[in-house]
Ligand binder design. Structure first.
Ligand SMILES: [Zn+2]
Length: 396
């Protein structure tokens, strides 16, 4: 009798294994029962025509119902041929099935030999390979990956936060990435802005980011917004996107983005970094607080030195930018628990995360109970944000 610790090679030596080509001929010509011994999320990705899904844990219970006649030919397969070998051994050597075989190399060898599979609509064969580590997660699956591929995410800034965030969102298969930045790549950026490189010093950051993203993942369409966000252009730019990643390098932009995103009800994943500390929260309008509920007014410039003056640990940008990318993926795929109403602080020197609960401010001038209704004709009008606070104060 097989035990869980028995070496797979020993099990394979006492069962019948068939190569994919012979299995296909037998399936075409004869009438074997074809059984897929994998998990449902693997089945969803691709399976053989005519197969029955029987996950490994339920083979013993379900086989008699599916194949009452023990003299009937049964062919099993899994991903690479190990689970199906164990199941074949169970059928043949414990349950008395007389003619059992396992497809050597599983569906992986089958597809490598160009044999046909049934795959879901929407993912091309190369996408099934590229995103397989996502789709094999039941929480994401093909459905979640298709949501990512159909999503549009806007990054405010291709700097310290935007660079790592954009890179990983591109790898994850976010279908459209808009990037707002009017700056060019500077040597001092390269200590943390990993989407750029030495050869691209002097190149617009949006262009440099696009080149890196296109080289990484041809599925992603990059929209370059090589400009500075202001009250005149912000609504038009953000309205096309599903989620916004705030990596702005100054407070006027952060407040403007907040007010515009609340008006258009766009979720914003906002982070900032300084020296060895970072913070992040996810603002979903009217579901949780907005940026102004948290920070009613910007700090005075002397309390918020610029990055050039104060410095920042390069990897801090990566940590916080990737936490932002993680939030975006959760929002798009509809999984997990976003950082809504929570402010997460990261102290990199102590390696400590601290979470603060943040409530909506009933007196918030933008999202509070008494916030003025904005008429359609006034939607694109914002106060003068340049005067609201002086100069760049938070670093990219
Ligand atoms: Zn608010």
């Amino acid at each position: 009798m097989a035990t869980a610790t028995e070496p797979i090679e020993l099990i394979k030596s006492r069962i019948d294994q068939v190569d994919p080509q012979s299995a296909e001929q037998e399936i075409e010509g004869g009438d074997p029962v074809l059984i897929d011994t994998r998990e449902p999320h693997e089945w969803d990705l691709a399976h053989l025509e005519g197969a029955h899904l029987v996950p490994p844990a339920s083979v013993r219970d379900r086989i008699a119902q599916l194949v009452p006649d023990r003299s009937r030919r049964v062919i099993l397969y899994c991903a690479t041929g190990n689970r199906s070998a164990r199941a074949a051994d169970l059928l043949q050597n414990e349950l008395g099935y007389e003619s059992v075989a396992s497809i050597a190399g599983g569906i992986q060898a089958w597809t490598e030999q160009g044999l046909p599979v049934i795959a879901p609509e929407g993912l091309a064969p190369e996408q099934r390979m590229r995103y397989s580590r996502h789709t094999m997660l039941p929480e994401v699956g093909v459905e979640g990956q298709l949501k990512l591929l159909n999503s549009k995410v806007l990054l405010i800034g291709a700097g310290g936060l935007g660079a790592p965030s954009a890179f990983y969102l591109a790898a994850a298969g976010v279908g459209t990435l808009g990037i707002v930045d009017d700056d060019v790549v500077d040597e001092s950026n390269l200590q943390r802005q990993v989407i750029h490189n030495t050869q691209r010093v002097g190149m617009p950051k949006t262009e440099s980011a696009r080149l890196s993203i296109e080289a990484l993942n041809p599925d992603v369409a990059v929209v370059e917004h090589n400009l500075r966000l202001d009250a005149d252009n912000i609504l038009e730019i953000i309205e096309d996107y599903d989620v916004i990643v705030d990596g702005a390098d100054n407070f006027p932009t952060r407040y403007l983005l907040n007010d515009a995103s609340v008006r258009l009800r766009k979720p914003v994943v906002s982070a900032s970094i300084l020296a060895f500390d970072g913070q992040i929260s996810t603002f979903v309008p009217f579901e949780g607080p907005c940026y102004r509920c948290l920070y009613p007014v910007p700090p005075p410039p002397e309390m918020a030195p610029s990055c050039g003056a104060a410095g920042v640990l390069g990897v801090m940008a990566g940590v916080m930018g990737l936490l932002q990318a993680n939030e975006v993926i959760k929002l798009v795929a509809g999984v997990g628990e976003p950082l809504i109403g929570r402010l997460l602080l990261y102290d990199s020197l102590g390696t400590r995360f601290t979470e603060l609960k943040v409530n909506r401010d009933p007196d918030c001038p933008i999202c509070g109970e008494h916030a003025p209704q904005v008429a359609e004709s006034e939607m694109g009008r914002f106060p003068d944000y340049e005067a609201f606070c002086a100069g760049p104060v938070l670093h990219p």
